[in-house]
Design a protein around this ligand. Structure first.
Ligand code: RP5
Length: 160
């Protein structure tokens, strides 16, 4: 199975990244995590993106806060699907990161999820990998059915 790359701009993003790790582990999707910054280590970030396809990655999730250029910088250097997670790590509550991540120029897409939306990023990455893996596709369907069951149980128990 192809791997998911998890790239974070700083180790201060780790609590958010962990939510994606938990989801990928639950779905049994292999991943590899790195700290590469678009600003502090641009050479290593570019090198990762340029070699990601030949290194067995099928999708890349980028986590960054503040002036969050990481997902865009990675997307600029690979044709693999890139998912951006804007991280709430500033006095602007993540709105700065959201806009920096989502407002990509035409031709270089970044699939941007919600601020701190790490679990959805992991699910989306798994859905991409599942295009070539029927068993993973089934696990995703089972996961959804379980989530629906939880809501329906709450509905049945609702007494207000
Ligand atoms: C971004 O700046 C990182 O992704 C992080 O969210 C934010 C702050 O980084 P630190 O100053 O905590 O290392 O590049």
């Amino acid at each position: 199975m192809k791997k998911v790359g998890l790239i974070m701009g700083s180790d201060s993003d780790l609590p958010v990244v962990q939510k994606a790790v938990d989801k990928l582990k639950a779905l049994e999707v292999p991943y590899e995590a790195h700290i590469y910054s678009a600003h502090r280590t641009p050479v290593q970030a570019k090198e990762f993106a340029e070699t990601a396809e030949e290194n067995g990655f099928g999708a890349i999730i980028c986590f960054a806060g503040k002036a969050a250029h990481l997902a865009g910088a990675i997307a600029a250097n690979t044709c693999l699907p890139v998912i951006g997670v804007p991280v709430k790590s500033s006095t602007l509550d993540g709105l700065d990161a959201l806009l920096s991540t989502v407002q990509m120029p035409s031709g270089i897409p970044v699939a941007t999820v919600a601020i701190d939306g790490a679990a959805n990023a992991a699910i989306l990455a798994a859905q991409i990998i599942a295009l070539g893996d029927a068993e993973l596709s089934q696990r995703l369907k089972d996961d959804r059915a379980k989530a629906a069951e939880t809501v329906l149980k709450k509905n049945a128990a609702l007494d207000i």
